[in-house]
Design a binder for this molecule. Sequence first.
Ligand SMILES: C[S@@+](CC[C@H](N)C(=O)[O-])C[C@H]1O[C@@H](n2cnc3c(N)ncnc32)[C@H](O)[C@@H]1O
Length: 205
Amino acid sequence: MSSIRTNYERWYEGDGYYWGTEPAKFLDELIALCSPSGDKKVLDIGCGEGKDAVYMAAKGYAVTAFDLTENGIRKTLLLARDRGVDIKAYVDDINTFETDDQFDIIYSSGTIQYLFEENKKPFFDKLERITKKNGIVFFNVFVDKPFLELPPDWDKEEKMWKPGELFSYLTAWKFHRIDETIFEDDSNGIPHYHCMDTIICEKLI
Ligand SMILES: C[S@@+](CC[C@H](N)C(=O)[O-])C[C@H]1O[C@@H](n2cnc3c(N)ncnc32)[C@H](O)[C@@H]1O
């Protein structure tokens, strides 16, 4: 049996960028809530091949990013070099990562469904510790809907969350966005649908 835990290790092997190099649209929403002035720190959890982490670094944030894949981190560092920005990027696991730092923005797109069930609460407790006061957190997660098939590129350790489950964490924070959307995707070349829950929230105290 392969010791490689995610299919993304293979999908990120080539020169092309599996997710492209254009940043996600919602990053500008985060920038509007927490501008890059004054040494602001960003953590990107599950950064893939780095399109979003590198965009945030180019905007002036001090960016730390990790992903489980060596190929993802190699390409994140390559993209940062090509764009002429500094970034701290390394291989780590969302289930076990540790940091002594505190961040102004913690961002994770399409990755928290890799948290093992028993690590969900410890993960959100950790977030309380590593987010600065007035820090902003962005998460989105794939959720299970009985009328949608499992996506064709569903990964070995991914587990769908229950609709609304994400909204039950960080409830003492201020929610700037809380929504659920269904959208079409053609990653892996096969058109399919996802349902995704999203939160943007701010730690006020
Ligand atoms: C859907 S992709 C999203 C990548 C990136 N955030 C983006 O939007 O382009 C999910 C990412 O989670 C990473 N991943 C899988 N298991 C992980 C784990 N246990 N810890 C950290 N990252 C993981 C994969 O390698 C992949 O890059």
